[in-house]
Design a binder for this molecule. Structure first.
Ligand SMILES: Nc1nc2c(ncn2[C@@H]2O[C@H](COP(=O)(O)OP(=O)(O)OP(=O)(O)O)[C@@H](O)[C@H]2O)c(=O)[nH]1
Length: 521
């Protein structure tokens, strides 16, 4: 009985997930015969790209008894497509595990229009039995039925907005009907643009469209899945019959799952996988805008000993406090991730190079002064850090290798310190010192970096622009070094009288260019 008279397509699915029975509407609505459907999985009727969601809904229904409602673009026997509202529900009878109920939303829409006609004219169209029938039919359809019309000049208006719109969107249906912008203005710029692209494509190819959109009701954010089927209407304009389905709960669930898989459970910071994606995106964006990006690797010192002495639970507590200190010491848009047991990475985006050193130093010192109470003891830890700034177009994997070497240097140098790496080699922190040179009233400060990796020297000038100037590998000056007498003085080829001159023998900046070279005074 139920199968014969159900006002839509019904598929009975067994415990293996295969269709066991259908109703006559499968043929009349989808033009699919029993031969094509029986013993197949229900997702065979779903259009490409839609099948996985549909298959999962059926799997979950069979294994967990959970029901599902959604919209699926289905293939019809004639080679066409249609938008079906789908309900998957457990059904333990006659060897079945669940029922799949499908309603064609265009069909629903014509029923809705018929209902309106019925209401306005107080007449009964031939194909409709009673208003109660239609109302109960429409009530079974999940979502808000609409007809959206686009006039020739592109203006959008709603011919029809079904019941439930006001409760779900908290917007006044009458106002939205008069002016679609009342609804569209609640969407982000990006989603409005997506919608207009979908509508333009759908209007020109007369194919269905589908979009997930977020509507800001003022007091909350609601997610909807919208689908529309186009048709030409009387005045030659295009109208879409469609459904808005509230998917807020699903979106919330998805974002919780996303958070779970991207977050380190112990510390709440990002895990390695999430960091990789976020760091690549952040670095690419910063590079596009000409901003500096600094990557640092942090490793707690003697953590094994701490675990051995005070127990794993105390170690866990230290990791949590350490993460919290990182969060508090950095800006909200800097990235922090735990990539191993007691190993973390930090990415500072849009940072001036000299500031980066100060930020990381402050973090190191905050960790040093942090105390954690374990029983009657106050524990202290220290952290070693390696830091590099990212080169343009450098792969993140390569940068991770470089920063790992910088961290190794920090451990090697006695721990609880920061070591950096220039483009060519190590920046030995002990050698980094502000020379106090203030230019002539300008804000130029000079830093000395001795590159112990390659043995050559670099001169970094902290100008207001924070740009880094490397000492070119120019020829030796003929003058001997005022310190050691060796002839190994080098100066920038663009050397101004006040530029620093580096002695390869002393491995230090020893004098100004005009003091060393035959500079015309
Ligand atoms: N409590 C706790 N310990 C962890 C966790 N993950 C890794 N560890 C421990 O962290 C310790 C890391 O030890 P090592 O790699 O030898 O490093 P270290 O003792 O910090 O020495 P240095 O890095 O050289 O200063 C190991 O004992 C791991 O068992 C965790 O989630 N919780």
């Amino acid at each position: 009985m139920l199968f014969q008279h159900f006002p839509g397509v019904l598929l009975g699915v067994d415990h293996q997930g295969l269709i066991r029975c259908t109703n006559p509407q499968a043929m009349s609505c989808l033009a699919l015969s029993d031969q094509l459907l029986l013993e197949k999985s229900p997702e065979v009727i779903a259009a490409q790209g839609e099948a996985p969601v549909f298959a999962r809904a059926i799997r979950d229904c069979i294994s967990q008894g959970s029901a599902w409602q959604g919209l699926v673009t289905c293939r019809t026997g004639g080679g066409g497509m249609c938008q079906m509202s789908v309900v998957v529900q457990p059904f333990y009878d006659a060897g079945l595990a669940c029922l799949v109920m499908l309603h064609d939303i265009s069909e629903v829409f014509s029923q809705v229009l018929a209902e309106r006609y019925l209401h306005e004219n107080n007449e009964t169209p031939e194909n409709i039995s009673t208003r109660e029938d239609i109302e109960s039919y429409v009530a079974r359809i999940p979502g808000i039925v609409f007809r959206l019309r686009q006039a020739h000049e592109g203006a959008l208006s709603f011919d029809y907005l079904g019941p439930g719109f006001e409760e779900q969107t908290l917007l006044c249906a009458d106002e939205v009907r008069k002016d679609a912008d009342v609804l569209l203005n609640r969407m982000s710029e990006e989603q409005r643009l997506k919608l207009s692209i979908e509508l333009a494509q759908s209007g020109s190819t007369m194919s269905p469209w589908r979009l997930e959109m977020c509507i800001d009701s003022g007091s909350s954010l609601c997610w909807f899945e919208a689908r529309g089927v186009p048709q030409h209407v009387a005045d030659g304009a295009v109208a879409w019959d469609g459904l808005l389905l509230d998917i807020t709960e699903r979106k919330l669930h998805e974002s919780q799952i996303e958070k779970l898989v991207s977050t380190d459970a112990l510390t709440g910071v990002m895990n390695r996988r999430a960091f990789h994606d976020a760091a690549e995106a952040a670095a690419a964006q910063a590079m596009r805008h000409g901003q500096h990006v600094v990557l640092a690797m942090l490793d707690l010192d003697h953590f094994k000993a701490l675990n051995d002495c005070y127990g794993h639970a105390a170690g866990d507590k230290v990791l949590q406090s350490f993460s919290e200190t990182c969060r508090m010491s950095l800006r909200p848009y800097d990235l922090i991730a735990r990539i191993g047991g007691e190993e973390f990475v930090v990415m500072l985006v849009d940072v001036q190079l000299v500031d980066a050193r100060e930020i990381l130093e402050r973090l190191r010192s905050n960790v040093e002064s942090m105390t954690m109470q374990v029983g009657d003891r106050a524990l202290r830890v220290t952290v070693s850090m390696g830091a590099i700034w990212l080169d343009e177009a450098e792969e993140l994997e390569m940068a991770m290798l470089r920063v790992d070497r910088a961290l190794y240097e920090a451990k090697h140098a006695g721990r609880n310190c920061l070591r950096g790496l220039s483009r060519g080699g190590w920046l030995d922190q002990d050698e980094i010192s502000a020379s106090g040179h203030e230019g002539d009233g300008s804000h130029i400060r000079e830093y000395r970096f001795v590159d112990t990796f390659s043995g050559s020297a670099r001169l970094a000038i902290d100008e207001p622009s924070n740009s880094l100037h490397e000492l070119p590998e120019g020829p030796c000056l003929p003058t001997p070094c005022p310190n050691c007498g060796q002839r190994q003085l080098r100066a920038p080829t663009t050397g101004t009288p006040d530029a620093w001159v580096y002695c390869g023998a002393c491995r230090a900046f020893v004098c100004r260019y005009h003091e060393a070279a035959d500079y015309p005074s």
